[in-house]
Structure formats: C-alpha cells, structure tokens
Design a protein around this ligand. Structure first.
Ligand SMILES: [Zn+2]
Length: 109
C-alpha cells in the first residue's frame, strides 16, 4: 500500500497514520491503548538491541517499528501526530524558543 507516496515519493506523518489505520485500524481498536503501549515499549527494547549490536538495516527496521507503533497509539487515542509535532516543535525548541536549541545540555529540552 503506497497511497501517500505515489505522488511525491515521500511520506508525511499524516500519511503514515492513515497507512497504519488502513492496515491495522480494526485490530488496533480492539487491542486498545494499554496493550498497544506495551507493544511500543517492546519495540523500544528491540531498538536498544539494534543500537547496541544490530546492522544498519536492523536498526532502520526497528526505528520503523517504533514509529509505526507510535502512529498506532495515536490512531487509537485520536491524536494527529503531524499537527502535534508542528504545534510543539514547528517554530523552535519548546524549551528555549531558539533554533538551534540553546538549552543547558543538563536539562531536557
Ligand atoms: Zn532549547
């Protein structure tokens, strides 16, 4: 399924969410947010393993999984990821309002 990549060859966050919704929406609705969050955290563990000892291809695949499960969670809870990211990060760092960020490295930006 390449509904959102056919015209431009790129995939937006909105397009990712629609793709995941079409692919898994019914199953995701049944599973619910708590069980989906568990799958997301499991994928974070697999990403950690890939960072430590995986190939570049394995690392890329685990990053795709984390993003897909986050999109799933957003679909279940009715969050539009693209709008949320733009709202929070679209102008500048939400901590210091600068680009690039000038927050103290000891702080979480
Ligand atoms: Zn900052």
């Amino acid at each position: 399924m390449s509904i959102d990549t056919e015209s431009t060859g790129s995939l937006t966050l909105s397009g990712l969410q629609r793709m995941i919704l079409q692919m898994y929406g019914e199953k995701d609705a049944v599973r619910g947010d708590a069980a989906t969050f568990l799958w997301l955290t499991e994928e974070f563990g697999e990403l950690a393993s890939a960072l430590r000892s995986g190939t570049h291809e394995e690392l890329a695949a685990e990053m795709a999984d984390v993003l897909a499960w986050l999109a799933t969670l957003a679909n279940i809870r009715g969050v539009e990821l693209e709008a949320a990211v733009l709202r929070k990060y679209g102008r500048a760092c939400p901590g210091c309002q600068a680009v690039p960020c000038v927050c103290d490295p000891a702080e979480k930006p």
